[in-house]
Design a protein around this ligand. Structure first.
Ligand SMILES: [Zn+2]
Length: 261
C-alpha cells in the first residue's frame, strides 16, 4: 500500500490526525471492504498475515511486560523469553511481528488485537524510515536499528496536548502507529453508526456523551462498542473522544440536545 503524504528527509511521513481515517479506510477498502459496510470486528490476524504478509509470533518480549509488541524491518535476531521464562533467541525475518505472551487470554483479546493493529501500522507507515535498502535513509539503520519495540504505554496511549511539543521521531512513530491502529479497528463511519445505534438502544437522545455525566450509560454504550469491534474499553473510549462523540463538556456549556428531545 502506497502512502501519498509528505515525508521528511529521514523517511518519516508527516500525517495529520484526521488523515489516518483515510489511510485506514483505503486499506480496508482494498482488503476487506465488508467491514466498511456495517459495524463489525476487523479480522486483524487475517489482515496482518494474508494481506500484509507479516509473520506473527508470540514470546515474552521482556520479563516485566513493559513491551507488548515488536516488528522487524530487516532480518535480525532477538532474545526474549519462552513460556517457562527461559531465554530464547529467535531469528526474525523482515516483516516479523512479536506479540507478548502476557496478552494471551480472553480478558486481553482487545488489547492483543490493538497491539497487532499497531504493529501492522508501523509496517504501513514506517518502512521508508527504517529501510535498510534505500541509501537515502542509510543512517537510520544505525541510529534506529531494524526493530521497533512498542512499550505498553504507547499502545492505546493517552497523550496530553502539551506532550506533542517535545516529541522526537520515535514518539511520532508511536503516535502514528497508534492513530492508524484505531482507524483500522474502529473505522470512522461504521464506529459512529454503531455509537448512534447504541445510544438509541440505551434511550439516550443526544449526539454525543459528556464524560462522567452519566457513568452507567457511558459504560453501557462503550461496552456495546467493545463487543462489536472486539476492542478494549479504553480503546473504544479514546476513539469516541477522537471522533468528538465523548466530550469533556459541551461546546457552549449546555447540553447539545438533538431535535427530537
Ligand atoms: Zn509502536
Amino acid at each position: 500500500m502506497h502512502l501519498d503524504y509528505p515525508m521528511k528527509k529521514n523517511g518519516m511521513y508527516i500525517i495529520k490526525k484526521r488523515e489516518f481515517d483515510d489511510i485506514g479506510e483505503n486499506l480496508l477498502k482494498e482488503y476487506m471492504p465488508d467491514v466498511l459496510e456495517y459495524p463489525k470486528a476487523v479480522d486483524i490476524m487475517n489482515l496482518a498475515t494474508e494481506c500484509l504478509y507479516l509473520d506473527v509470533k508470540d514470546m515474552y518480549i521482556t520479563q516485566d511486560g513493559s513491551i507488548l509488541g515488536m516488528i522487524a524491518f530487516d532480518d535480525t535476531e532477538f532474545t526474549g523469553y519462552g513460556i517457562g521464562l527461559d531465554e530464547e533467541t529467535l531469528k526474525l525475518s523482515a516483516g516479523t511481528v512479536l506479540i507478548d505472551y502476557s496478552l494471551w487470554g480472553n480478558s486481553n483479546i482487545g488489547r492483543r488485537r490493538y497491539t497487532l493493529a499497531h504493529e501492522c501500522s508501523h509496517w504501513i507507515c514506517h518502512r521508508p524510515y527504517h529501510s535498510p535498502d534505500k541509501r537515502t535513509f542509510e543512517f537510520r539503520k544505525n541510529e534506529a536499528g531494524s526493530l521497533i519495540a512498542c512499550r505498553s504505554e504507547n499502545i492505546e496511549g493517552v497523550r496530553s496536548a502539551s506532550a506533542y511539543s517535545n516529541y522526537d521521531d520515535s514518539d511520532w512513530e508511536e503516535w502514528q502507529a497508534d492513530s492508524l491502529a484505531a482507524a483500522i479497528l474502529m473505522p470512522r463511519k461504521t464506529f459512529a453508526r454503531a455509537f448512534a445505534d447504541a445510544m438509541y438502544e440505551e434511550g439516550v437522545r443526544l449526539r454525543y456523551l459528556i464524560k462522567g455525566d452519566d457513568i452507567i450509560t457511558e459504560r453501557r454504550v462503550i461496552h456495546r462498542l467493545t463487543e462489536i469491534f472486539e476492542v478494549s474499553h479504553k480503546a473504544a473510549q479514546i476513539r469516541l473522544k477522537t471522533l468528538g462523540l465523548l466530550r469533556e463538556c459541551s461546546y457552549d456549556g449546555r447540553y447539545d440536545m438533538i431535535v427530537w428531545r
